[in-house]
Design a protein around this ligand. Sequence first.
Ligand code: URA
Ligand code: SF4
Length: 196
Amino acid sequence: MNVSGPGPTWESFEELAAAASTCTKCPLAETRTQVVFGVGDPHADLVFVGEGPGAEEDRQGIPFVGRAGQLLTKLIEGIGLRRDGVYICNVVKCRPPGNRDPLPAEISACRPYLEAQLDFLAPRVLVTLGNFATRLLLDTKEGITKLRGREFPFRGHSVLIPTLHPAAVLRNGGNALAQARSDFVLVKRALALHAT
Ligand code: URA
Ligand code: SF4
């Protein structure tokens, strides 16, 4: 498959991942250990987009392997799926130092990789984790607490379901965890509804 449109084009998912792995298009290249492109099944019906790699992700080169990642894995298993049956990536592919928020310029620089990644993945259901992924992919300034718990059409072939970032769920506990669980039920229902 060839992905075209504005910006760079890549002939395959592997070529895209290889290009990202040596990227120096933003200052995060200077402080990262390695690029964290994504993990999982590229043919999955369900894709998650987080914010950016943390310390553990930067060390291992795999998204969502720290504490937030363990919660994400539990939420995935909670709706009867396996982590290796989905695909997981982030808005920015390199760790912002000290776990600070990614800057607008870093998000813009990295965006072509995410867009091309989503072109290749073309999931039926796309789950955005937290404000950064949700605002970017829905092109809104609205906050996650307002947007979560609903489905939005995405690129014609997908539905986008925003939910709380698992790190925020860990921070806030109780009600946030209940909300995340209920969003995942919506994900499960959307997968069943949009299955081939
Ligand atoms: N938080 C994220 O947004 N992404 C990760 O990969 C890990 C933690
Ligand atoms: Fe390149 Fe994205 Fe890493 Fe910046 S965050 S260096 S744009 S891969």
